[in-house]
Design a protein around this ligand. Sequence first.
Ligand SMILES: [Zn+2]
Length: 179
Amino acid sequence: MIEVSRLAVESTGVGVVRSAGEYRLIATRGVDKGTHLFDIEGELADAPSRYTVQVGLGLHVDLPHRFGVEDVLDRFFWRFMNHSCEPSAVIRGRQVFALGPISPWQEITFHYNSTEYEMAEPFDCRCGSSRCAGQIRGFRFLDRSARERLRPWLADHLLSILDGKVSEPSARAVEPLCR
Ligand SMILES: [Zn+2]
């Protein structure tokens, strides 16, 4: 059960709650599968940080440099979208869509490995799902089969890598040659 200590963003159909010490983005009304939930607004950055969402190769949406608490709740609430190995939403470009029907109070989550190539702050997922990926570090660290399992959720920039349309970014992936 979610104990609500904060609720906002009512007009957008999503809200931010704090439960068990964590902020969560939830739906405030039920929506059908495929519903466009909101867009990820913000400033573009060329490197990831803890709260950015990757929308292209070398392209990340970040919070603007100046903002107030109300701005975050009204416009930049996407930063409260948590990771799930069984997410309720998927990101296409900068748009967020419902992966299935979402009921009121259900948390809106996405799979971080479906957008992030290399996370600024990897973490251990404890979602409890049988599909749990364990440590979430980014698409870069997944083997071929793990990448294929994410295919339906993958953002275009990662799909392009999976399909060999662009080469694997290699700047930090180069291993020393051993003989
Ligand atoms: Zn998990």
